[in-house]
Write a new protein. Structure first.
Length: 276
């Protein structure tokens, strides 16, 4: 182990000791009140903040958010240790053993031709390790955001051949679901409308998979684009001493289009219908 790894190991031990101190009698009242359940929302928040720091390409923020996620792991392990269930050492043992076991092409005598071959071996090893699972969909987290869950479900069944042969079939399925949604909506059948809308989303996720695009990332980018453009509307109205509530829809639409034109110009994109 080189000096860098030794320093990292020492710092990790320091973090474990800090958490033990925070949870000890006379430590932090808030930390002492926390449970696995109460910490769930913080783990989700920290994970999304870590993703934001990755998207922003901000190394300082990335360092901080990686630390916050690591803290959540140490926090949960400390609570479990106090309850006599397991310790942080068990967590580290588990992940180290899993990584070695799931990478026989690195730590064993197997070979892997490419990344897809690695994934196939990974799934095969998982089946051997978890014989209690009777379905390839066992293990898909129920608490995943729905778009992520749909994508994972589709990925898993596609590995055993339950998939569309080509993207045109996916487009046809989307069009079919769109017609069924419109029909349910026209009939004002609330329960069926919700069901058909869900089918529509599921078909869209399938399209995103076929064009090799993460649906969550695609939607996130659209959300941020909407926020940028709407903030432009707010800022421009403020410059004109106009309150948002006083503006007409036509005024806001015009500013929205202006924001789009400025974005395209900044990106060096031509106006629709024009070529460079």
């Amino acid at each position: 182990m080189d000096n860098h790894h030794e320093a990292a190991a020492a710092k990790f031990l320091e973090l474990v000791r800090i958490m033990a101190r925070l949870r000890s009698p006379g430590g932090c009242p808030w930390d002492n009140e926390q449970t696995h359940d109460s910490l769930k929302k913080y783990l989700i928040e920290e994970a999304y903040e870590l993703i934001d720091s990755i998207d922003s390409r901000d190394d300082k923020a990335l360092i901080e958010e990686c630390g916050d996620v690591l803290l959540q792991v140490v926090f949960h392990a400390r609570i479990a240790e106090e309850e006599g269930r397991f310790t942080i050492l068990d967590v580290l043992d588990s992940i180290c053993e899993k990584l070695i076991r799931r990478h026989p092409h690195v730590f064993g005598d197997q070979t892997a031709e490419d990344a897809q071959d690695v994934l196939r071996q990974w799934e095969q090893n998982k089946k051997k390790e978890k014989p209690e699972r009777t379905s390839i969909l066992d293990g898909v987290p129920k608490s995943l955001p729905p778009l992520m869950q749909a994508h994972q479900i589709q990925e898993r069944v596609s590995r055993v051949g339950f998939d569309w042969r080509e993207i045109e079939e996916v487009f046809m399925k989307f069009e079919e679901e769109w017609k069924e949604f419109r029909q349910a909506r026209n009939e004002e059948h609330r329960q069926r409308t919700e069901e058909e809308l869900g089918d529509l989303f599921f078909a869209l996720v399938n399209i995103s998979r076929y064009v090799d695009t993460d649906p969550n990332q695609a939607l996130s980018k659209t959300n941020q684009k909407f926020i940028r453009r709407f903030r432009y509307i707010e800022q421009e109205l403020q410059k004109r001493n106009r309150r948002l509530e006083e503006a007409t829809l036509e005024e806001m639409d015009a500013l929205w289009e202006e924001a789009k034109r400025l974005e395209r110009k900044a990106a060096g994109q031509p106006e629709p219908g024009k070529t460079q």
